[in-house]
Design a protein around this ligand. Sequence first.
Ligand code: 5GP
Length: 189
Amino acid sequence: MELLKNRILAEGRALSEQVLLVDSFLNHQVDVKLMKACGEEFARRFADAGITRVVTIEASGITPAAMTALTMDLPMVIMKKQVSSILKDGIIQTEVFSFTKNAPYLLTLKTDFIQPGDRVLLIDDFLANGEAAFGAIRLLEQAGARVAGIGAVIAKAFQPGIEKLRAAGYRVEALAPVSRMAEGVIEFL
Ligand code: 5GP
């Protein structure tokens, strides 16, 4: 997706060989028009996948997931990272190791919002080691859904997540697959 790649080249900053900062349009300030284009692209790529529900993980996955759900005219569910005192009943949880916080958290899903037999499109902002995606898959499969697609706005293809997910049989689409980063350098596959 050239529009997105050009924006990453213009405004993204490789903080190291491992971490990309894109907080001017994805992770802090959000360019909703660009996210709308991302949602339309995910909808196009997964049009044949029989998707019944879009699922994401708070917080930065929400905008691209919402735009995808809007384009596909499907319901959207946000998995929680923070445990809330009002979210107690009917929840399932799994531990996920956070790439950015370098610490574990409990990913939480209320099973009421997933129907057994759902074909889920899982959307997130970044794919790195695949910890978040595999955690979301564990909860969705426990709830009786099938993960029919995984969409990452940015996938760092030199980290293991994308290949691990594909090796496990999941269909993964990355709108901007990054092949290498170094100081002042961002390259795409
Ligand atoms: P994974 O679980 O695949 O290792 O990492 C995915 C999650 O970590 C994403 O939801 C995203 O929030 C965060 N993440 C991973 N790599 C990066 C990165 O390079 N930059 C930013 N801003 N977030 C990242």
